[in-house]
Design a protein around this ligand. Structure first.
Ligand code: CMP
Length: 151
């Protein structure tokens, strides 16, 4: 079980619908630890960089426009198998296919407004974390009681 970091974004719809606290609570109560957290407005340049692999797809322009339309909350979560754990907590990209109990099923219906983004694999996580955070904005620390996570 590897200790990983993953980048999570509470998208503009999550912030506008006042779901930030509930989203963070789901990840935190699962056991993932917050290593970095901030509210920000994504620039067009940053969104284009983030979604570069989707350039040319029908949803690319709409996604970039939407992600830059209002503030988001970005965070780095850390813990054992954090990437897969966070993805399971988020559910399938299309909320219609997400299992009940996941964030996207419980809070969404529309693939373009799917509440959260999470890195999909270790290389992507490293790239995305570097896009949104400077090294000195991330903290490694122990929480009382974290030992059970890796026992
Ligand atoms: P995200 O995990 O942020 O990565 C790409 C985003 O594009 C995705 O979540 C969706 O919000 C958005 N998107 C919109 N339409 C589609 C689609 N048809 N397939 C995949 N992603 C889509």
């Amino acid at each position: 079980m590897a200790i990983e970091r993953t980048l999570i974004i509470v998208k503009p719809d999550g912030v506008q619908r006042a779901l930030v606290g509930q989203v963070i609570a789901r990840f935190e109560s699962r056991g993932l630890r917050i290593a970095g957290l901030k509210l920000m407005r994504i620039s067009r340049e940053l969104a284009e960089d983030h979604y570069a692999e989707h350039k040319g797809k029908p949803f690319y322009e709409g996604t970039v426009r939407y992600m830059t339309s209002a503030p988001v909350v970005v965070m780095v979560l850390e813990g054992p198998d954090a990437i897969a754990a966070a993805r399971a907590t988020m559910g399938a990209t299309n909320p219609l296919n997400a299992q009940p109990g996941t964030l996207r099923a419980d809070f969404g219906l529309n693939i373009s407004r799917n509440i959260v983004h999470g890195s999909d694999k270790p290389e992507t996580a490293e790239r995305e974390i570097n896009l949104y955070f400077k090294p000195d904005e991330l903290l490694s620390y122990e929480r009382a009681g974290d030992a059970w996570l890796t026992e």
